[in-house]
Design a protein around this ligand. Structure first.
Ligand code: G6P
Ligand code: MG
Length: 220
């Protein structure tokens, strides 16, 4: 018997689509460094920390760089990314995301963000929803990245709800894994090949069925 009392939402790919900006910023860096990087390669960076993303992007080329240079590359990518974030407005919610937030509040749920991004607060500010959440857990909050459950455990603590009573909404495989390891209810957004291990799965945020999740969780 499980009662959901809080929803913890991933940001990129669930609430808004910053993946395109991440791609453009990584692509620019890759071109400058003359490292091949495609849109398909970018899919592997979904939900992955900035450092791990760079490691995946560089692959074997990483041996060319010192630790100092790697930090400089991460900073450069982030500069490119941040300059694009200024374009985000209140119109940049993924379909259904704004409605989902209101529906959750109307049902009396605690609502938190659990994102690996250190730019979480900037993105929420651009979307005009920084003050909406009962808790925010981001890339500054915990040390260990998803699939470790730390970012969600912190969010659960921030809203004062036990992890077993939290549902996580995630578009990344690593995020679904983190939710499951953390003993939470996992709601996957995207194809089965990516988030098929989640308790509930929907093609997009707009397709989320809160009744199904809330009622279905009772038996988990
Ligand atoms: C999210 C995104 C990733 C990104 C990570 C770190 O998880 O899905 O693509 O690499 O956050 O973001 P940051 O803004 O800190 O570089
Ligand atoms: Mg995501």
């Amino acid at each position: 018997m499980r009662e959901i009392r809080a929803f913890i939402l991933d940001l990129d790919g669930v609430v808004t689509d910053t993946a395109e900006y991440h791609f453009k910023a990584w692509k620019r860096l890759a071109e400058e460094e003359e490292v091949p990087f495609s849109r398909a390669d970018n899919e592997q960076l979904r939900g992955v920390s900035r450092r791990r993303s760079l490691e995946l992007l560089l692959g074997e080329y990483i041996e060319r760089y010192s630790e100092e240079e790697i930090l400089a590359l991460m900073a450069r990518k982030n500069d490119y990314y941040q300059s694009m974030l200024t374009q985000i407005t209140e119109n940049d919610f993924l379909p259904g995301a704004r409605q989902l937030l209101d529906d959750l509040k109307a049902r009396g749920m605690k609502v938190a963000i659990g994102s690996a991004s250190k730019n979480t607060r900037t993105v929420l500010t651009q979307l005009g929803i920084l003050d909406f959440f009962d808790g925010i857990s981001d890339g500054y909050t915990v040390e260990r990245a998803k699939p470790k459950p730390d970012v969600f455990v912190y969010a659960a603590g921030a809203v004062g709800v036990p992890v077993v009573n939290c549902a996580i909404v995630e578009d990344a495989e690593s995020g679904v894994e983190a939710a499951l390891i953390g003993g939470m209810i996992a709601v996957g957004i995207g194809p089965k090949s990516r988030v098929g291990k989640a308790h509930f799965r929907y093609e997009s945020t707009a397709n989320i069925d809160l009744d199904e999740i809330i009622k279905g969780s009772v038996n988990l």
